[in-house]
Design a protein around this ligand. Structure first.
Ligand code: ADP
Ligand code: MG
Length: 306
């Protein structure tokens, strides 16, 4: 059997189920949660970016360095925790030193902005540039927001705009002028840590939108044992009329946050900047999108390796 027959998430499930000791707080959320005793918990996430898969050869080095860390900060934000310490592993060919220095300038730029220290890593030779960032964060014990806490009747919210990164990538690929905000969002996703802290006391479940809005809502459904119904007209789409909106909700790399919260918090959550209610948690399983009282037939939920 080939990996594509089980898919990326099927493979992760197989890896998880092969463990001899069953754990909680491990594989399956944006970060692993490690119990550190009475007061604190540690959050750990690791992400890899590979040339030819996640970025093109000769991508602007500063942006790439910044984005490599941003995607991991986004995972810590998805748990409403504080990022603190990073490890950076790079595999690279005998490329220009200037490129790697510019990459590190971008990495350190964002690290400084978020108060993150680089504590170690690994450097190896390889034919394609590959970057793995491991990021450790901290949280008050029990305060990390998991994917598994959504309850039936909760409201579903999203931060920022959806589809910007997809539109930005399309504009870059097709050499379309303008759409600078979208291009910037694709090249320089800015982790929603501030928003995450604004909502952490209300959210029952949260995830960052890395694979696509619908795919990531489905992860909440799977972990919480619920269904999510999204109102298409309430989605805060990015303003890019040359892109099909259905592709925007399945396009990856928005690095916005999707979260659920009890309906009693609607008032306070609706008053927070950059936060939009898009749907409701229902009984059942899976994600549905409603437009003009009809359920949309969505062919692709989001990005998957394999
Ligand atoms: P995210 O998009 O938030 O980075 P992923 O979809 O990459 O999350 O991974 C989902 C979960 O599976 C995470 O908890 C991650 O740590 C875990 N995971 C992914 N690949 C592996 C692997 N090869 N071995 C163990 N755990 C993995
Ligand atoms: Mg994530």
């Amino acid at each position: 059997m080939k990996i594509s027959e089980v898919g990326e998430f099927g493979l992760i499930e197989i890896i998880k189920n092969m463990a001899n000791r069953k754990l909680s707080g491990g594989i399956g959320d944006d970060c692993a949660v490690i119990d550190m005793g009475k007061e604190e918990e540690l959050l750990v996430t690791t992400d890899t970016l590979v040339e030819g898969v996640h970025f093109l050869k000769n991508t602007d080095a500063f942006n790439l360095g910044r984005k490599s860390l941003a995607v991991s900060i986004s995972d810590i934000a998805a748990m409403a925790a504080l990022p603190k310490w990073a490890f950076l592993s790079i595999s690279l060919s005998d490329m220009k030193l200037e490129y790697v220095k510019a990459f590190m300038k971008g990495f350190y730029f964002l690290a400084d902005e978020f108060g993150i220290d680089l504590l170690g890593g690994d450097t190896t030779k390889s034919s394609v540039f590959s970057i793995t960032v491991t990021l450790i964060g901290v949280n008050e014990k029990g305060k990390s927001v998991k994917r598994s806490g959504a309850k039936v009747k909760d409201s579903v919210y999203v931060t920022g705009k959806i589809g910007c990164s997809y539109a930005g990538l399309e504009a870059i690929r097709k050499n379309i002028d303008g759409y600078e905000e979208c291009k910037e969002r694709h090249n320089n996703p800015y982790p929603r840590l501030k928003e995450s802290f604004s909502v952490k006391n209300y959210a029952s479940a949260m995830i960052d939108v890395s694979d696509g809005l619908l795919q990531d809502c489905l992860h909440i459904c799977e972990c919480s044992g619920v269904a999510i119904e999204i109102d298409f007209d309430k989605i805060p789409f990015c303003d890019a009329d040359f892109v099909d909106k259905e592709n925007m909700i399945s396009g990856g790399e928005d690095y916005e946050l999707v979260f659920c919260a009890p309906v009693k918090y609607d008032g306070v959550l609706n008053s927070i900047d950059n936060v939009t209610k898009i749907g409701e948690v229902k009984e059942g399983f899976g994600v549905s999108v409603i437009k003009n009282s009809k359920q949309l037939n969505i062919k692709r939920l989001g990005f998957k390796h394999f």
